[in-house]
Write a protein that binds this ligand. Structure first.
Ligand SMILES: [Zn+2]
Ligand SMILES: [Zn+2]
Ligand SMILES: [Zn+2]
Length: 363
């Protein structure tokens, strides 16, 4: 009776396998060590030569062990690969081992809402993904979600897929979260807010201040195109008449406001910027520096009605043109006159909080 032994594989997994060819060309008797059954399973399952053994055409014995070696090599590689993948997942997400080869990953989205995804790793690298009902509500069922990977040239890692799921959930939650932040923090400047989750629209009214009169804009913000990576598309409709020049400036501002948008921006901030822009585009600037904000002290020439803060304002007592207080001081100390009407005088401001001019000129 011929007895052979096989020493196989890397040092970590050394198997000593007895086999007998006594009945050759009948299927050889191989005594697989119990640990192979425990670890990898019945070799007949994965060694084709044994499964389909035909005494009329017996396979060479070395092919059996070659097949065994190649299968176990891949198996242990996969085990190592899975270990690496799980370590990466654990580094980023909350992961629990629910039973052998079965994990639950908890994804946390806005407002600390939790979404569970379970992974059946029994047949890794074939992984069965099971989404919890709350997750399905956000992004649909697992099969539909995974369909995107079937055409992928390079198989994504489990972590890649979890990132995609997490991002899809965030994206879905983001609009509701943005709206909540808006409603909880908004001032009287923005009213009549409504959200349409289906159409991904937020509508409302911006109550702007021109220098002399109040102005209202109804807005429609469309979040259906690329949000939150891209800002919502905002359409402003003035309620009542508004200066065409002001409207043009505003539209330019709204069109350009997307440039500062990132996926961590809040819609609230964007609306507040537009509210400020309505004010800015309607007011007269300092006749010396042509700016709203004073180049010396950074305070505004005017503030919207009701807005708190300091202003830097004074007007020429003769022609009533507006200056920053600091700009006026500059022009008086250099030429001693209003730069527009050329009248010499001691200015006295009335309109602004900090408008009292206390210069002592020797005329
Ligand atoms: Zn100025
Ligand atoms: Zn100033
Ligand atoms: Zn003047």
């Amino acid at each position: 009776m011929a007895k052979e032994q096989l020493h196989g594989l890397e040092a970590e997994h050394l198997y000593v396998i007895d086999f007998s060819l006594a009945n050759y060309p009948q299927v050889p008797e191989i005594k697989w060590p119990q640990e192979i059954y425990d670890e990898i399973g019945d070799p007949k399952r994965f060694i084709k030569q044994l499964r389909d053994w035909d005494p009329a055409y017996p396979s060479p014995i070395f092919e059996i062990f070659q097949a065994f070696e190649s299968y176990t090599f891949n198996y242990y590689n996969a085990v190592q690969g899975l270990k690496d993948e799980l370590r990466m997942i654990e580094g980023e997400f909350v992961m629990q081992l629910l039973k052998d080869n079965y994990i639950r990953v908890t994804l946390i989205s806005f407002n600390k809402l939790e979404y569970n995804v379970e992974l059946d790793l029994e047949r890794y690298p074939d992984v069965k993904w099971i989404f919890a009902p709350e997750t399905i509500k956000q992004i649909g069922n697992a099969e539909d979600f995974m369909a995107r990977y079937t055409k992928a040239k390079k198989a994504p890692t489990l972590l890649d897929i979890l990132h995609d799921i997490s991002w899809a959930i965030d994206k879905n939650n983001r609009l509701a979260f943005d709206y909540k932040v808006l409603v909880n923090n908004v001032t009287e400047a923005i009213t009549d807010l409504k959200i349409d989750q289906q159409k991904r629209l937020i509508t409302g009214t911006i109550n702007g201040e021109l220098k002399t009169a109040a102005v209202k804009f109804e807005f429609i913000a469309d979040f259906s195109k690329g949000y939150p990576e891209k800002p919502p598309e905002i359409a402003l409709t003035p309620v009542g008449d508004i200066d065409a020049d002001v409207l043009a400036k505003l539209e330019t501002f709204v069109a350009e406001s997307g440039a500062t948008w990132s996926n961590t921006s809040f819609f609230l901030d964007l609306l507040n910027q537009i509210h400020m822009a309505i004010f800015k585009s309607s007011i007269v600037t300092c006749v010396l520096c042509h700016k709203l904000f004073c180049p010396s002290c950074d305070e505004a020439l005017f503030l919207p009605k009701g807005a708190k803060g300091k202003t830097c304002f004074v007007e020429c007592a003769n022609c009533h043109r507006p200056y920053h207080k600091h700009c006026f001081e500059k022009v008086i100390s250099s030429i001693g006159k209003c730069s527009v009407c050329m009248q010499s005088f001691v200015g006295s401001g009335k309109a602004g909080e900090t408008a009292t001019l206390t210069l002592d000129f020797n005329l």
